[in-house]
Design a protein around this ligand. Structure first.
Ligand code: UDP
Ligand code: MG
Length: 330
């Protein structure tokens, strides 16, 4: 019989320029690990090409504590890819994803573990409160999740982030999904299994600035919608049809003026409107098509999803493209 103490729990922490918070994050995570819950823990930090002292600090901590493993990226690949690398390398019976900035309190992890032991495969944190976020971010996030749900083919729970626990089965499912434009919370919903919510209060960042500027946020939102829905394509057909109908009416009107009246020079206004409207609608549809085609191109190149230049706590050294690094046993 498997005793509880043999269970391994991996915690995946993506870090990008987090020198100000990393020590505190490690301390708080380690105290959760020390409190036990009958698990062996491993902390997998993924340094997403930080340009500050994050890597150095991680190295120092990893030397002191064998539970800490580090994957270093050769450049910044983005949050979702960093989390993916962590999941790829994790060997826990369950994997917890948590941000490095302590916005997601590590103290909630034991509650996630309890839910997992009750038999759930995904325990996702639902933010009941979000401290320290600008009103703009709150409003856009709220709208985004609602629009996404209207468009998406799979229901994605509202107001959740990537702070969640995944069972081994779900982690393996994610590893089997090769897409490059990753929107993990949607992919987890897509996977199915028994999922449950765990409400928690999201705090403000412990220190430092958000590493998600508006540009990255927008890209992330577009990824979310385009990876989980082909509705924008259908919408562009609808828009095209409306534009064509209006244009047709305009054409009939223009011909009628030309044939039956002698005031047809005045049709210029209608003509301009038709040209501008059609032009706009066409550009929009081409743009939507372009977004999808760009993504097809991206997938088709079949490049490795990320490039690593350092592994600590794994036997690999140097650049490794494999999505399953070999590890040193602890
Ligand atoms: N992050 C990352 N790569 C990036 C941007 C962010 O690994 O390119 C990490 C970051 O270090 C943090 C988490 O992703 O642990 C969430 O980022 P952040 O807190 O800046 O986003 P916000 O909470 O403001 O949305
Ligand atoms: Mg944050």
């Amino acid at each position: 019989m498997v005793t509880l103490t043999e269970e391994i729990l991996s915690i995946v922490i993506p870090c990008y320029n987090e020198e100000e918070v990393i020590a505190e994050t490690i301390n708080r995570l380690l105290s959760v690990c020390d409190a036990g819950k009958g698990c062996n823990f491993e902390l997998i930090f993924v340094d997403d090409g930080s340009r500050d002292r994050t890597r150095e600090l991680l190295r120092t901590f990893a030397e002191k504590d064998s539970r800490i493993r580090v994957i270093g990226f050769a450049r910044n690949f983005g949050h979702q890819i960093a989390v993916t690398a962590g999941i790829d390398a994790a060997r826990g019976d369950a994997v917890v994803l948590i941000d490095a900035d302590l916005q997601d309190p590590p103290e909630v992890i034991p509650d996630m573990i309890s839910k997992w032991r009750e038999g759930f495969d995904v325990v996702y944190g639902i933010r009941t409160e979000r401290a320290g976020e600008s009103r703009f971010k709150l409003a856009t996030a709220r709208t985004f999740y609602r629009v996404l749900n209207k468009l998406s083919d799979v229901p994605i729970p509202l107001d959740t982030g990537d702070f969640r626990l995944l069972s081994r089965a779900v982690a393996d499912t994610l590893r089997a999904m090769p897409e490059r434009d990753r929107f993990l919370r949607g992919m987890v919903s897509w996977a199915g299994f028994r999922q449950t919510a765990l409400p928690y209060k999201r705090s403000g960042r412990f220190a430092g600035k958000s590493k998600y500027p508006l540009r990255k946020m927008l890209h992330f939102a577009i990824d979310g919608i385009l990876s989980f829905s082909t509705k924008p394509l259908q919408m562009s057909i609808g828009l095209g049809m409306i534009a064509a109908t209006i244009a047709l009416i305009g054409i009939i009107y223009a011909i009628a003026l030309r044939l039956f009246t002698n005031i047809w020079v005045e049709g210029w206004t209608a003509l301009m409107i038709a040209v501008l409207f059609l032009g706009g609608a066409q550009l929009l549809c081409v743009g939507i098509l372009g977004e999808y085609i760009g993504r097809i191109y991206n997938e088709m190149k079949k490049r490795p999803m990320y490039v690593t230049d350092e592994y600590i706590g794994f036997t690999q050294k140097g650049a490794v493209f494999s999505r399953s690094p070999e590890r040193t046993e602890q």
